[in-house]
Design a protein around this ligand. Sequence first.
Ligand SMILES: [Zn+2]
Ligand SMILES: [Zn+2]
Ligand SMILES: [Zn+2]
Length: 334
Amino acid sequence: MRAFACGHCGALVFFENTVCLRCDTPLRFDPERLALVTMDQGEPWIDCANRGLAGCNWLAEREGALCRSCELTRTRPSNSDAAGLEAFAVAERAKRRVLVQLLEFGLPGIRQGALAFDLLSSAQQSVTTGHADGVVTIDLAESDDVRREARRRQLGEPYRTMLGHLRHELGHYMQPLVVVGDEAWALCRGLFGDDRSDYEAALERHYTEGPPADWQERHVSAYAAMHPWEDWAETFAHYLHITDTLETAREFGVLMQRPRALGTDDSQPPVPPADPGEGAFAQVLAGWLPLSYALNAINRSMGRDDLYPFTLAPAVVDKLSFVHRRVLDAGHAP
Ligand SMILES: [Zn+2]
Ligand SMILES: [Zn+2]
Ligand SMILES: [Zn+2]
């Protein structure tokens, strides 16, 4: 995510801010300009109708209308469901972050009529997080930290967040929009496997037998080993994790130098694993590997779990590289 400055006093402000903490100037996010704006920067603004309900800080086009992000939500908890609405606000905040990233890549399909979200709570009914035909369903109970952590442990996952769920499900949605044409699909199936294989059987096998013992050599997560669709969605989510975190670090002026422990011998690469490989993604990875190492070490200094608890095997790097090319190709296409 880009770093933003208050248009009035120049202080650093976050994407989620509704007011500058230094000068009290109100701030809103303008989804047309993809920028945080202050009231004194020109036109009068219209708050998203979910300003009070979901704490949304985006601008809407018309009085009483929802913003470009909130209008994509087709179902939400009822006005009488206080706990559900609290969870809904948490999910909407994560959703705005993902949508901005996709919009900044210039990816297609982020519009009403094509994409919709059902934000439901499994505390009220049975809800399965997933994607089908442009509808992303999210279990709002996952916005509860205790509940989500329990589920993470139960499933043996190293990482589980609302942002991660949204990135994964939007990966499913984006796949046919960025993998276009026979040639691209042949490459995709060569890397991820044939997505036409039986999904129900794969699901059953995953939950009875678990992932294959060597999954880490071929997949970014154990869940990705379940079926080619899940492999794509997991890899796409990681692509968004990596590129967003890298951008944030750069925006805040975080520069990676050689770790001191490696001395000044420039002939040795700073980080041993994963061959960056050829092509444009090699550059992304060359920035990401030392940064994620440092961030993991920093988290350990605070007694926290690793920020990025994953290793990227060469086969996974090939898949990420493919996602990168597809996103670049589909982004800002006419
Ligand atoms: Zn300010
Ligand atoms: Zn909104
Ligand atoms: Zn999935």
